[in-house]
Design a binder for this molecule. Structure first.
Ligand code: TYD
Ligand code: MG
Length: 452
């Protein structure tokens, strides 16, 4: 007879009966009924010997013969903090069709080490076809079409790979539990099997995770706690750029990002993002402004485009690509209150080129400048770029890593960089002028071209 329990979709705790609120994590409406039984049989197939543990002194633990596996993909190496750590469990999430399987197949084919690529979504022929498309081949990459956790572990033991890729965690199913693949308990149990296996045998495992409507990884929140690294592969499917971001990394910084282009023959690393993301128009256009941003530790110059027009319908529209719309509303409110621009009855559209989502607040000033420029129908002066955050009272605020921003802007031939008055600059660049302003009003006086 099957036994059921109510699993919290958020934290993964289970209860014998349904509750409106999970008493563990206090989230509402997250309990769903799932079938459980056979729990006793849950096992990773480890022998008693392997499973035995023993406390060791920290200064006696040997970590020297445990080098990270370096992948050919420098972007991913950097995001991971310098290659894959042996025994780590890495979760990579992203929207359907964004290119997770492509990225992982590319890595598998480029690696000299033995890799086992397990797919529960595509057949071996489909994967071979994709490998042909990205014009790569390898004699150390094994493809397995399997969804049963115990069977996968058996194959891992016989193939003895140095890296395992599982596409995706939501298709897996373990004999230990009877609920259907993709359910909270299946995901949790399957992931914990691989977690144990990875830690005991020092084998790194990469898991692909589907994401939900709200952008979180589907399954229990505990999945993200269990793994060592959580990566998000994001981008706008209508654009070619993709960003790999790390949300959690036990072995490195989470500030790093990797940038790729999705081409006809696979993903290509983008080494010089600034040059690609700037349009080549010779004459400045109204509504365009260039921001000097830093993502991770890399400076990226990025173009912001705004269009301000009178609202045709009653309620003005605000639409953004690659920028937080709440932040846009805040900036518009600041412009209205502090700089006297009546944008309340205007439609405002804002676009970050390449559909790349920038999290650096230094983009604020370029956003404001682009909006003002479109509203006034005046273009900004040539060769100008911006790096400052905007505060609620309309003041320009200093941003970090200003020297790097200056160097990048200078390298790309910009003539002027506008920053906040309070920014501390420690270098004296030769070919770029640094303008320091403290309020939005200063921009208006000095930065726009005369109408001709
Ligand atoms: P895929 O890796 O299957 O995405 P995911 O695993 O995240 O769901 O990527 C599928 C998309 O990428 C598909 O829409 C086609 C596109 N694509 C290319 O543009 N070029 C290529 O070389 C490949 C293999 C895919
Ligand atoms: Mg896929």
């Amino acid at each position: 007879m099957s036994k059921t329990a109510f699993y919290c979709q958020n934290c993964g705790n289970h209860f014998p009966k349904w509750l409106g609120q999970c008493s563990a994590c206090k989230e509402w409406n997250t309990l769903a009924e799932e079938v459980v039984y056979n729990r006793k049989k849950a096992s990773t197939g480890l022998s008693k010997n392997e499973a035995s543990s023993k406390p060791e002194k920290i200064n006696e633990i040997d970590n020297s013969n445990n080098p990270r596996i370096l992948i050919k993909d420098e972007e991913l190496n950097r995001v991971l903090g310098g290659g894959i750590v042996p025994g780590s469990l890495i979760l990579i999430g992203g929207e359907p069709g964004i290119g997770k399987s492509t990225l992982l197949l590319q890595i598998s084919l480029a690696l000299k080490n033995k890799v086992l690529y397990v797919s529960g979504e595509e057949s071996q022929q489909q994967i071979k076809r994709r490998a042909d498309r990205i014009q790569d081949n390898s004699d150390s990459c094994y493809i397995l079409n399997e969804t049963n956790v115990e069977a996968i572990i058996k194959h891992i033991r016989s193939v003895r790979p140095e890296l395992v890729i599982i596409d995706s965690i939501q298709t897996l199913q373990t004999d230990a539990i009877d609920s259907s693949p993709g359910s909270v308990s299946q995901i949790k149990e399957s992931a914990s099997h691989f977690l144990k296996y990875a830690k005991k045998t020092n084998l790194p495992i990469l898991l692909v995770g589907h994401i939900t409507k709200d952008g979180g990884i589907a399954g229990p929140k505990i999945l993200e706690h269990m793994v060592d690294v959580v990566l998000h592969f994001e981008g706008d499917r209508n654009h070619i750029y993709r960003i790999l971001r790390s949300k959690k990394n036990r072995f490195g910084s989470t500030a790093e990002i990797g940038i790729y282009e999705m081409l006809n023959n696979g993903l290509r690393q983008v080494k010089n993002p600034s040059e690609l993301l700037l349009s080549n128009s010779k004459e400045p256009l109204s509504g365009n402004a260039i921001a000097s941003t830093i993502e991770g530790i890399r400076p990226i110059m990025i173009e912001v485009q705004a269009l301000v027009s009178s609202a045709v319908y009653g309620t003005p529209q605000r639409s953004t690509t690659g920028f937080n719309s709440k932040r846009l509303n805040m900036l518009l409110a600041v412009l209205e209150k502090k700089a006297g621009f009546k944008l309340g009855a205007k439609d405002v559209f804002l676009n970050i080129t390449g559909g790349i989502k920038i999290e650096d607040p230094a983009i604020d000033l370029a956003v404001i400048s682009a909006i003002l420029s479109s509203n006034l129908n005046l273009s900004l002066k040539k060769g100008i770029c911006f790096a400052a955050e905007i505060g609620l009272s309309g003041e320009l605020r200093a941003v970090s890593k200003i020297d790097q921003r200056i160097n990048e802007a200078e390298r790309l031939g910009f003539k002027t960089l506008v920053i906040a008055e309070a920014t501390k600059v420690s270098i004296t660049p030769k070919n770029i002028k640094i303008l320091k302003y403290s309020r939005i009003e200063d921009l208006l006086k000095n930065l726009f071209r005369e109408q001709d």
